[in-house]
Design a protein around this ligand. Structure first.
Ligand code: NAI
Length: 345
């Protein structure tokens, strides 16, 4: 019997995982709370913990889980900046879902862009109030505009295809450009200088933290539209707000926010929001915020549940070998999904 503690779970997670619970083989325990040092005790007696983007799997949490005999940390997501993978090496295996639907995230990114520049969010509210005025609703054509895509992995490439379908001119920056991809790679500075729209699709690392800061915004075109469906800390939100107030940034669409962990995924409508920066950003007519929703499609949830359960099963049935393990070795994290022949440790 494999006992799995799920943290940060919502009704849609439970519904997606329910078909995979097999009597006598697996037992699922769902917690709404996030995994933190304080809540790690809930995993006592469990073989695996299953976590999401805002669970805090720090070294201290890993030490506690190890002490309780937890064997696997299964991420229900691709990004792993919230897990101290280096510290877990040799103690607990960390597995993830490298791709569940790049379409979900890329399509949400385009939905945000269209909503913003065609003022759909304004029109929805106006017409509900029988206000049929078009004043202030002027948008612009995407056709012929230059979009700069930062990160040309799974999601970035789907987004590039969507943009090409709109007749946009695509330029891209990637620290590891894909050979023979037909993508027009430029330097990050050139991308900042030439893009009408900038969309972030790279992971959050020490190198990419605050890649959009005051200096970067300074280099951009006046009126640039910034899209972030990747990770909040890619953008220095203070600098973004300054750029918006200075009319340099024309619009921002944010599915993620650096300080989202204590806010997103919860109904805070009856509360006083203590995050003044987020409140100010949301108050702007040219900012759209969604609460880390880009992944949320039926297809993605099913893929997440299926891959997560396969990852855990691999550990037990394949001698601990799992293609989706985040294996810390030789000073780096091996994230490549490939035909692993041996255990990580
Ligand atoms: P991926 O691993 O397929 O692609 C990431 C790309 O970023 C790679 O081409 C890589 O070479 C590039 N990259 C790495 N370091 C870079 C750097 N310093 N500068 C520029 N590019 C760099 O990842 P995928 O699946 O496309 O996901 C991208 C990001 O999207 C994830 O890291 C995650 O943070 C975010 N995400 C957000 C979701 C949401 O619901 N909002 C859902 C899923 C992922």
């Amino acid at each position: 019997m494999v006992k799995i503690a799920f943290f940060e779970t919502k009704d849609y997670d439970k519904a997606a995982f329910a078909p995979y619970e097999k009597a006598g083989e697996t037992e699922f325990i769902f917690f709404e709370t996030k995994l933190t040092e304080m809540t790690a005790d809930l995993a006592k007696g469990c073989d695996a913990v299953c976590v999401f983007v805002n669970d805090n799997v720090s070294a201290a949490v890993i030490d506690k889980l190890y002490e309780y005999g937890v064997k696997i940390i299964a991420l229900r997501c691709a990004g792993f900046n919230n897990v101290d993978v280096r510290h877990a090496y040799g103690k607990i295996h960390v597995v993830r879902v490298p791709a569940y639907s790049p379409y979900a995230v890329a399509e949400h990114t385009m939905a945000l862009l269209l909503t913003s520049i065609r003022r759909i969010h304004k029109a929805y509210i106006r017409t509900r109030d029988f206000n049929f005025s078009l004043n202030g609703m002027t948008g612009f054509d995407l056709h012929g505009k230059t979009v700069g895509v930062v990160g040309t992995g799974r999601i970035g490439r789907v987004f590039i295809d969507i943009c090409r379908g709109f007749g946009m001119n695509v330029i891209a920056y990637d620290a590891f450009p894909a050979a023979d991809s037909g993508i027009n790679y430029v330097s990050l500075d050139e991308l900042f200088e030439k893009s009408d729209i900038i969309s972030l699709h790279c992971p959050l690392t020490d190198d990419t933290r605050h890649m959009i800061d005051a200096e970067a915004i300074e280099k951009m075109k006046k009126g640039v539209v910034i899209l972030n469906t990747s990770r909040g800390a890619l953008i220095d939100a203070d600098a973004l707000l300054d750029g918006i107030k200075a009319r340099k940034v024309g619009a921002a669409c944010l599915d993620v926010y650096e300080e989202e962990a204590d806010l997103f995924f919860e109904d805070r409508s009856g509360h006083i929001l203590n995050d003044e920066l987020l409140a100010r950003l949301i108050s702007m007519p040219n900012v759209i915020v969604t609460s880390h929703q880009a992944f949320l499609t039926a297809e993605a949830l099913n893929n997440i549940a299926e891959t997560t359960m396969n990852n855990i099963r691999s550990y037990y049935e394949n001698n601990g070998i799992c293609d989706n393990e985040l294996c810390f070795r030789d000073g780096r994290i091996d994230t490549l999904k490939k035909d692993r022949k041996e255990k990580c440790f």
